[in-house]
Design a protein around this ligand. Structure first.
Ligand SMILES: *[C@@H]1O[C@H](CO)[C@@H](O)[C@H](O)[C@H]1NC(C)=O
Length: 290
């Protein structure tokens, strides 16, 4: 932890923390109540009252590139995972920079994809959505010429003195520098990437998605969150849908093997973008900005 924040900042922090915690708790409880009303035991890991999922076991399914294999719809032009991959992929500029408009377009697709997956995603993405909108306002605003890429943004914000002092928080998030907003999105991207990768590659009989995404949260985000949020998040991960359900939501109308491969591919693209962004932020000395 850094220096203790002054009292007004502490009060503001506390108000935010409580509001968020109550929000997460409500999402968690509403999820439980819905499960109960739909005839599922609240403690059931996987709840599919309409019958077993049409998935075969992971290793029973044939190889991905078998003759006659068709790309699942989730990777096609209208498919969510395909759209995430294309937008984020396009943000990786050949000269090693990250193009902000494509990065944000990728985030919009990611938010659309994650929101229906469960209350913890809805919580995380509502936070991310605010940041995406704030950064977009800069990318499209009067200083748009300086917000084409991560490198141009960081150089310009440093030159004109927009960067926060390390350890200080801006008065409200809409006034945060673009670099700081990007850093917060960057950490959330890491969590999404780790969580989706683990959902895609987890073994049968191994820890379920809630446990794996909770672990990813502890790695990527918890060190940056206050205690109250961490407790609320811990509860929300208990209500995460099962792996089968997540795979079905991620890649509808595909077999389990195809859904896993498609999700792993999307997580791989997120990892490329994460790695690139991490290197650039580290090179600019911006990883300590928040
Ligand atoms: C990202 O970076 C890590 C650590 O440097 C590396 O192990 C991994 O292969 C990289 N992933 C991609 C997709 O480039």
């Amino acid at each position: 932890m850094g220096v203790a924040p002054p009292p007004p900042a502490l009060r503001r922090w506390f108000r935010h923390a409580i509001a968020l915690a109550v929000f997460v708790l409500m999402l968690y409880l509403s999820d439980r109540i819905l499960r109960f009303l739909s005839g599922c035991r609240p403690e059931a890991q996987s709840c599919t009252p309409e019958g077993p999922l049409p998935f075969k076991a992971w290793h029973e399914s044939g190889p991905l590139a078998a003759p006659g294999w068709k790309e699942p719809p989730c990777l096609g032009p209208q498919g969510m995972l395909g759209r995430i991959r294309r937008s984020f992929g396009a943000s990786l500029k050949p000269e090693g920079d990250v193009e902000l408009s494509q990065y944000l377009a990728g985030w919009r697709e990611l938010v659309r994809f994650l929101t229906p997956l469960g209350s913890i995603f809805a919580f995380a993405t509502s936070e991310a959505f605010i940041k995406v909108t704030a950064l977009e306002a800069r990318v499209l605003g009067p200083d748009a010429a300086h917000y084409t890429s991560l490198a141009t943004m960081a150089a310009w914000e440093r030159r004109v003195g927009l960067l926060e002092q390390p350890g200080t928080a801006p008065r409200d998030s809409a006034q945060a520098s673009g670099s700081r907003t990007l850093l917060l999105l960057h950490r959330a991207l890491r969590w999404s990437q780790l969580c989706l990768h683990r959902v895609a590659t987890g073994t049968l009989g191994g820890p379920d998605a809630g446990v794996q995404c909770g672990d990813a949260y502890r790695t990527a985000l918890a060190p940056h969150h206050p205690w109250l949020i961490r407790q609320a998040a811990r509860l929300a991960f208990l209500a995460l849908p099962s792996r089968d359900r997540l795979l079905e939501l991620a890649c509808p109308a595909a077999g389990e093997a195809d859904a896993r491969a498609a999700l792993a591919g999307a997580a791989g693209t997120l990892e490329q973008v994460y790695n690139r962004t991490e290197d650039l932020l580290a090179g600019q000395g911006l990883l300590q900005l928040a």
